[in-house]
Design a protein around this ligand. Structure first.
Ligand code: PRX
Length: 654
């Protein structure tokens, strides 16, 4: 996007401009102006129009205890009511809400009426177990109808759910259960992925046996894979048994708008994941608004977000946003490469998907697969139903953008490159498909109402064309409310003193184009890596490594990777002598498996190198910048005069 580079600009089609919710740049600018002139009015009007309230709110934004902002605080609503009952009441009862496609290709369709009945039954079951408003419920489930039902049922009874991604380990699950103080765990016997049945309940059992989970009174188990499953009498119950005989009617628990709908753990700069706490009213408002503005959702769309419900994208764009809009959506159990790497394209063809939302890492791996096997190239499928594409989770490189645009979108479909975070709850910088001219690699302009800026270390805005720190200047309805149980960490992490506690610090670097003001995200500025669109803290991986009996010290950095965006590289000092050859290979395997067991397979370092020490300054600080150069295989150009032990650089070259 710099001046020297030739950039191609893609304007939205006339048809898109004509029909989209945000029509043309004039339409976009009018919304931004409305928000600028009357910030509270802008959000308040939409909250009234787009959500059903049991008791209306009288105040939009309460900033009296900043940065602990409150939105619509005296209003009462229920999120599940907004996602289900109101659609049924509006004549959408027989409309398909979910199209579930299993790993083996079996398809199940669930209407709004049916989904409401399923949610109500399970909500009644939860109430029967004593689960009540404010209780925390941990959900450790694969992609499934029951996963969505469980989340909605928690919302219905006012319980705060916390989903733990099915790929996380027993230790990671235990840590989250303990931190949340959960009263119930909802899991399954196993999950199907890529033609294999993988056990889940044994991992849940292991987590509960590790200690610190005494708060858990009930474990609900969805039967998915069948076969032997350990059921602990008095604690565990099958999901279908719990729902059996329950009423299909369940009065929702009307909660305050600020009531925590969910906690979702995400990685930060320390070893301990942060429990990001979200609200009910403000969160749902922006989930709906993102569906409307960024995805231009219409009643006849078939929407497919490929994320897992274990991540925020799955929360906002599977469990809540599409349902609150009365949309039809796909829920997919499997993986993009099974039975072959044409699976996504075949599903778009079979279900006539109109809006498709996935991650750059998936696109890059499918480009590779299509290059190797022309039979799974997207152009071999009928993708003419598509009208809009989305990207999320990491920067999309222009080459991948172009391939996605040409081969999946057939040169017809706008791509919304949506920048947001677990903490923002919904899109914050993204093109509007019927307005914003798109530039590959740029997430373009802020969502209407979001006041994003790029600043220097003092919080002063830098000129366009100059890189800096991405911040958001005013609170927004779907923002993180606090870190569960740690309000001080919330303040320190997101409203730091450097910015006088006035600016939300996203944790990313950004640069704005000199001419258009478009934002390009330049990557994290903290110790967080983005591997295949998954957020991983380097400290978390380091803590896992040093917990191994052989490891004395470890430092973890990222290195650019063609497919996964970033790859994890670990520099390790063992307690014993530095291994080489076969011995080194064996210890590398052992440590990779160890990290997989401690955190989950997604955290396994791709590359592990051993040194007798780590490069440190004389004051003992690890020189991470230097490690990053070594990880990339670059020659060390940086000044090493402060390095106490220069000889170890040779050992760590890899
Ligand atoms: O670094 C940014 C990157 O993903 C981070 C947020 O990760 P997470 O909380 O797991 O949420 C991911 C899904 C919303 C951000 O700080 N990121 C996300 N979307 C983009 C992105 N980087 C560039 N472009 C994007 N569109």
């Amino acid at each position: 996007m710099s001046n020297e580079q030739q950039v191609r600009i893609y304007n939205p089609s006339e048809e898109m401009v004509k029909n989209a919710a945000v029509s043309g740049m004039d339409g976009y600018r009018a919304l931004c102006k409305e928000a600028e002139d009357d910030y509270e009015g802008f959000w308040g009007r939409r909250a009234k129009e787009l959500l059903d309230w049991k008791e209306p709110f009288t105040q939009v934004l309460d900033e009296s205890n900043a940065p602990f902002f409150k939105w619509f605080a005296d209003g009462k609503l229920n999120v599940s009511y907004n996602c289900l009952d109101r659609n049924v009441n509006n004549g959408l009862g027989d409309k398909v809400a979910l199209i579930f496609e299993a790993d083996n290709g079996d398809v199940t369709k669930v209407t709004y009426k049916d989904l409401l009945a399923r949610v109500s039954k399970f909500a009644n079951a939860l109430r029967g177990m004593g689960v009540k408003k404010g209780d925390r419920v941990v959900i450790y489930l694969p992609m499934s109808i029951e996963g969505v039902v469980a989340m909605q049922a928690c919302a219905r009874v006012g319980a705060t759910h916390s989903i733990v991604f099915g790929g996380f380990s027993a230790q990671a699950l235990r840590d989250r259960i303990e931190d949340a103080g959960a009263v119930a765990l909802i899991t399954s016997d196993g999950q199907h992925r890529g033609g294999k049945a993988l056990p889940l309940k044994p991992i849940a059992d292991e987590a509960l046996s590790l200690g610190g989970c005494d708060t858990i009174k009930n474990v609900v188990v969805v039967k998915r894979t069948g076969g032997d499953c350990n059921i602990v009498a008095g604690r565990d119950v099958w999901f279908h048994d719990a729902c059996e005989g329950q009423s299909e009617v369940c009065e929702p628990e009307w909660v305050e708008a600020e009531h925590p709908l969910f906690i979702l753990y995400t990685s930060g700069s320390t070893g301990k994941p942060k429990g990001v706490q979200h609200s009910s009213g403000g969160y749902l408002l922006q989930a709906v608004l993102s569906m409307k503005y960024s995805f231009d959702i219409k009643l006849d769309d078939i929407f497919w977000c490929t994320a897992d419900i274990g991540w925020v994208t799955g929360h906002t764009f599977i469990s809540y946003g599409p349902l609150a809009c009365g949309a039809t959506e796909i829920v997919f159990e499997g993986v993009p490469t099974y039975p072959d790497a044409g699976r996504f394209w075949k599903m778009i063809q079979d279900h006539k998907v109109t809006i498709f939302y996935t991650a750059p890492t998936a696109i890059r791996s499918l480009i590779k697969a299509a290059d190797n096997n022309p039979a799974v190239h997207p152009t071999k499928y009928d993708l003419s139903s598509l009208r809009l594409l989305g990207s999320v989770g990491e920067p999309i490189n222009p080459a991948a953008w172009q391939w996605y645009y040409d081969n999946v979108g057939g040169g017809r479909c706008p791509i919304v490159d949506t920048f947001w975070q677990t903490e923002t709850g919904a899109h914050v910088i993204t093109p509007m498909p019927g307005a914003t001219p798109m530039v590959p690699g740029s997430c373009t302009l802020p969502f209407p109402g979001i006041q994003a800026a790029v600043v220097d270390e003092t919080g002063t805005e830098v000129p366009w064309g100059q890189g800096g720190i991405l911040v958001i200047k005013r609170p927004w309805p779907s923002m993180i409310r606090t870190i569960w149980g740690d309000p001080e960490r919330f303040k320190k992490s997101y409203y730091p003193e450097d910015f006088k506690g006035k600016l939300y610090l996203a944790g990313d670097g950004a640069i704005r184009d000199v001419e258009t003001g478009y934002f390009t995200i330049t990557g994290r500025i903290d110790d967080v890596l983005n591997v295949s669109g998954h957020r991983m803290g380097t400290m978390e991986i380091e803590s896992a490594l040093v917990a191994h009996e052989k490891v004395a010290e470890a430092a973890v950095v990222g290195r650019p990777d063609d497919v996964t965006g970033e790859a994890i590289v670990a520099f390790v000092v063992l307690k014993g002598p530095r291994p080489t050859g076969d011995e080194a290979a064996a210890v590398i395997k052992e440590l990779q498996n160890w990290v997989g067991h401690e955190i989950g397979p997604i955290a396994k370092p791709k590359d592990i190198r051993f040194g007798e020490n780590l490069p440190k300054t004389r004051s003992g600080k690890i020189m991470r910048r230097l490690l990053r150069q070594l990880a990339k295989g670059e020659d060390v150009t940086q000044d090493t005069s402060t390095l106490e032990n220069p000889h170890i650089l040779e050992q760590l070259k890899g």
